[in-house]
Design a protein around this ligand. Structure first.
Ligand code: ATP
Ligand code: MG
Length: 300
């Protein structure tokens, strides 16, 4: 498989084949990555750790994975991955770097793009600069199966732009009551503005399967009954001190201790995500639609 960094030229035309899903990949045409925003209501629930480790798990299963660190101003993805990318999207928008310079090879073949403050600069881009950016990022359309966007927590304008610009969303919550109510606040906004009809959910830091199930039930009931939103459960990760140890060692959990209780749950979540059949994805138009929407939302 060609590497991202060697990729030249983009073809946006023709029928699309959705990668990383159980769609019929025998169709001719270009490939389209699944672009997935990972977010939460409450902070510190494990989004970054899950984004990185889920990315690694999908990569180990044979997918090309790119993680976008969109927690603007913070650089948690690279810290957790033990990387220090010298350049980020902001450098690219300022003309100091080419798109290929800001794609950093990470653990298990995952590629990492640091957002820096680049995304917030989208608001100031001229149409031609935006077109350049979209065309440059278009290399990901042909090369990535999954683009995972790790966001900050909460309902800020920036986070909502990432929530609204993608076809798929993963909401991370923990069994803590405040995490559930904060996640519900995001769900309310999603429902109010009809951003998504379904939310994928991961329950992190659960005492066990039962605890995760009870948390899911509370959240799912509220979403269905009061918001008409359906919830797709991707799985849970237990409370496990190894997660902290791995972060401290700046080695992703799946590499630090793949047989720890938390690490063992991640591939199941990856499989559930890969095997998910989402009708919306059949009209997935990849990076072009994503960057266009994102820019419009940042401009507001
Ligand atoms: N399954 C787990 N078991 C134990 N501790 C965990 C688990 N998941 C996450 N943590 C702890 O939670 C902390 C926060 O994790 P992480 O940085 O991934 O959260 P976040 O949601 O990205 O935070 P932020 O909202 O600040 O971006 C970690 O430092 C880790 O110690
Ligand atoms: Mg984070």
């Amino acid at each position: 498989m060609k590497g991202l960094i060697d990729m030249k030229g983009v073809n946006f035309s023709g029928p699309r084949v959705i990668k990383g899903s159980n769609y019929d990949s025998s169709q001719p045409g270009t490939t389209t990555p699944r672009i997935i925003t990972v977010t939460s209501g409450k902070g510190g629930v494990g989004k970054t750790s899950l984004s990185v480790n889920l990315g690694i798990s999908l990569a180990k299963a044979g997918n090309e994975v790119v993680i976008f660190d969109a927690d603007l101003g913070l650089a948690n993805v690279e810290v957790i991955s033990g990387l220090a990318p010298p350049l980020n999207l902001y450098d690219c928008l300022q003309g100091r770097a080419d798109i290929k310079d800001i794609i950093t090879p990470g653990p298990a073949g995952v590629k990492i793009i640091s957002g820096g403050s680049g995304f917030s600069e989208l608001a100031n881009l001229s149409s031609s600069s935006l077109q350049n950016l979209t065309d440059s990022l278009g290399i990901l359309d042909d090369e990535a199966d999954f683009i995972i966007i790790d966001t900050a927590a909460g309902i800020s304008k920036n986070v909502l732009a990432f929530v609204a610009s993608v076809k798929e969303l993963i909401l991370v919550l923990t069994p803590e009551p405040t995490s559930i109510t904060d996640a519900y606040s995001i769900a309310k906004v999603i429902s109010k503005y009809s951003l998504h009809s379904e939310i994928n959910v991961i329950i992190n830091r659960a005492a066990g399967q039962k605890d995760a199930g009870q948390t899911l039930m509370k959240f799912e009931r509220a979403c269905l009954n009061f918001l008409g939103l359906s919830v797709n459960y991707l799985g849970y990760v237990p409370e496990d001190k190894t997660v902290f140890e791995a972060i401290k060692a700046q080695v992703p959990l799946l590499i630090y201790k793949a047989n720890s209780p938390a690490a063992k749950c991640i591939p199941k979540i990856g499989d559930n995500l890969s095997n998910k059949c989402n009708e919306d994805l059949s009209v997935n138009t990849g990076i072009r639609e994503f960057t266009g929407k994102l820019a419009r939302l940042f401009r507001r």
